[in-house]
Write a protein that binds this ligand. Structure first.
Ligand code: UDP
Ligand code: MG
Length: 139
């Protein structure tokens, strides 16, 4: 059953470049409500666990190093059709292929440092939100 929630991270490049405010404004303007939010930093071990599904992909090692290189903002978002609408808002993984007006087109530097994460399914949104937030931290 659709939960109407998705999970995002503002990745280390977005935070380091001062884009937290701009990205959160785009998210709010698109009609998403913030249900949980945390400014934190992943250890290499935690980043490896979060991206466990990509363990066999060639970019896994680089991704883990990158995602643990600086602070991130973890966020649970709520909206009708949250998963699909958020994927539309962020655009393609590779910013050179992302549509105009998407978060990645505007803020991402490269296919690896691509500004934001977005869950790809209701199940993964639940798992990823649970990775960062307790029951007391979501509203
Ligand atoms: N990634 C990468 N190189 C690639 C593909 C992906 O570094 O060729 C990174 C990128 O940060 C991406 C993450 O791995 O956001 C997860 O990949 P996925 O295919 O799930 O893309 P997403 O769902 O984030 O668009
Ligand atoms: Mg993905």
């Amino acid at each position: 059953m659709a939960t109407n929630r998705t999970f995002t991270m503002l990745k280390p490049d977005a935070v380091a470049n001062g884009y937290i405010g701009g990205i959160l404004k785009m998210i709010n303007d698109a009609g998403f409500r913030i249900a949980a939010m945390k400014y934190t930093k992943l250890s290499a071990e935690a980043a490896g666990a979060f991206y466990e599904v990509h363990k066999e992909r060639p970019f896994y090692g680089e991704l883990v190093t990158y995602m643990s290189s600086g602070p991130i903002v973890a966020v649970i978002l709520e909206k009708e059709n949250a998963i699909a609408d958020f994927r539309t808002l962020i655009g393609a993984t590779d910013p050179t292929k992302a549509d105009a007006g998407t978060i990645r087109k505007i803020y991402a530097k490269s296919i690896s440092a691509n500004a934001v994460h977005g869950s790809d399914s209701d199940d993964n949104a639940q798992i990823e939100g649970d990775f960062f937030f307790s029951k007391l931290e979501r509203f």
